[in-house]
Write a protein that binds this ligand. Sequence first.
Ligand SMILES: [Zn+2]
Length: 409
Amino acid sequence: MRLALRVAILIVLSALALVSAPARADAAPPRGEPAIYVVQPGDTLFAIAARYQTTVAAIKQLNHLNSDTIQVGQKLLVPIDDTRATLALPAPRSSAHIVQPGDTLYRLALRYGTTPRAIMQLNGISSPDLIAPGQSLAIPNHPTLKPGLIIEPTTARQGSTLVIRVAHPDLASVAGAFNGRPLRFTRAGGYAYALVPISRCAKIGAVPLTLTTTDTTGQSVTEGTTISVTSTAFSVQNIALPPSVSAILNNQSLVRREAQELAAIVSRYTPTRLWNGAWRLPVYGAITSAFGTRRSYNGGAVGACGHEGTDFGMETGDPVYAPARGRIVFADTTQVRGKLVVIDHGIGVLSGYYHLSEINTQVGQIVDVGAIIGRVGSTGLSTGSHLHWSVWVNGEYVDPLEWTRRLIP
Ligand SMILES: [Zn+2]
């Protein structure tokens, strides 16, 4: 019955989409006269759209273009939306480089203290071989602390995952520590990167980062800097628990033992990274409790360290999808977290799915992004049907949603 209803809704939605598509094309154009732009060598529609803060689709529509191919010297109308002028737009975070004979993305990345991938993303380039002399490339401006050291994002917020990237023309090895904890670096070409979890209850303030890079001649350099950890405005939530559920919660030894067992599972480090790209969401549903939300149960004291994941309000039986490729390392029933699946994505990154009604996978299985790993439920310490999603980096809980909004690494 529910399935039939959903299929019906989907059909109505797709019908609406078909009806509204032509209507959207006739919608009022953005206010302001379009600008005339003469295509320069190396321009792409993507780069022009980025420069004028519009979209490739808008430029194609305005110029009646059927393909993305443009010619040097061609005049294009570019939509100018003057409503944007009233918005506080951030300063452009890129500069331009005209590709010279012999340039490669790798060399440009080293010169500008960025990565080939970041240049490719900014310019909409699909393959690193697709650059040609004379082409104008936008180069991302990373605020670098030291040449060859890039830290993303630039603010280390509580709950965030930092990427520390070290670039060096002939890097043999790199080691380092953040707040005294050793970093594990992964090599990617001439780069090495480490993922650093900022705990949701991390102390605010400057945290020391030390790095030792060794080049292929055996020369080592040790440098130190500090990273400023900033607070995240986590909300506070009151949760009323029925007596049966609070009995489990009040059993501190049980709660602690399960937390320790889970910590042992999620602190593993598998050297191969199994995923690629930004993650998808594990379910389609509204968020009912955000990561880090500080909780009071039945009017008790607010916990010092907030919610260890993101909750989605769902119905029992709704499918739960793997948000990224990985290997199943736990698929069993626990007392607090109910039916629990844990995926190891490699290089210290794991994700967990709590309170499932059904587990549709088994330990050892490699799951691709989008594979169904279980069904939403309300098993364990839960007051209603929902999915709890946790992500760990080096055993520390981090904000799962950040993994769907950023490319990490
Ligand atoms: Zn939860």
